[in-house]
Design a protein around this ligand. Sequence first.
Ligand SMILES: Cc1ncc(COP(=O)(O)O)c(C=O)c1O
Length: 391
Amino acid sequence: MSEPPGTGVASTRLSTLAVAAGRPARADQAPVNPPIVLSSTFHSTGTPGTEDFVYGRHGNPTWLPLEETLAALEGAQLPALAFSSGMAAITAALDLVPPGGHLLLPQHAYHASVLAARELQQRCGVQVHTVDVADTAAVIEALHRAGAAHPHPVLWLESPTNPMLEIADLPALTAAAGELGARVIVDNTFATPIAQRPLSLGADVVVHSVTKYLAGHSDVLLGAALTNSPELHARLHERRSVGGAVPSPWDAWLALRGVRTLALRVERSQHNAQQVAEHLHRHPGVLQVRYPGLTDHPQHERAAAQMNGFGSILTVRPHGGAAAAEELTRRVRLWTPATSLGGVESLLERRRRLVDEARTVPEDLIRLSVGIEDAEDLIADLDQALGRAAQ
Ligand SMILES: Cc1ncc(COP(=O)(O)O)c(C=O)c1O
């Protein structure tokens, strides 16, 4: 079996890599887990510029096992760069758009990513164009228009998008972008590398809110950026060192501990999501369910072709409008009404509660992050809440 670069693990299977990558070298009495190095500075007597660890904002040994493991999972040739949050990784990646450059953004993207892009527009004259990422021809046309106005536009993608769960045709869009010299950055938070590996589908950069599935327990904020390009890696590294949005060693260690069970958790939560989606689809109290694993999702075939599973996020719109949706989030007992996603516990949230959510997201839309509890219990709780919300 071939060994992926740098991991020393004799497997390319993701469930094995999640467990076995990023371990200390095997030696008698060596620890099985990497140590946490709590030091903001390091002895420094070598040639300046050649030392790996000088000051804690530039590098900490505790980050490396996590960065190596994330790279192995995403199939990146270079280590991931860990950041203090998903948004820290995202703003560093957005800084790859040059002043006056063009940025194409999904009309439904994570709302703070949209805010960060709008800030770039204000501060640096970046032209932001929102696109429907499910409409491949429209995105390619927008790329051509942007490329004609300014060289090397950047296409920012989420697939599935947050929260509307649109699926972009990643191979077609990365190929079209490549022909135009445009860069493609994919926020892979929703899919996780278990379901989708954008670098292998042609993306230039992948970003993650590690806070979500990768860490997986709703107890740590962390982000990551990955690329195979040494030039982009160096620029992202510099953004991290200069911007200073670095993870604490504790958090990096905790995130790696979460990653160890990623494959198991994703397998279970995707299975649960399919059960919950199919049940809600048949439920008389439900107006609409959206889940890429349902055959009536407009891009179901596309998701089936490019993903390994359909993720663990779905949306539901109960009959009765926003008031019924709010009531449902108050009536659940097992599900937790809270923002965020990707933890072991199931969460739900009416997205338009957030003042910055896109106005095109329906008022009554609830986003469900399906966890790893028993699917029957999750369904029973939704049933009782839907029944009481409709009264
Ligand atoms: C798709 C997506 N990307 C990025 C982020 C931001 O990550 P963080 O909260 O770790 O900064 C989120 C947070 O909800 C998200 O859903």
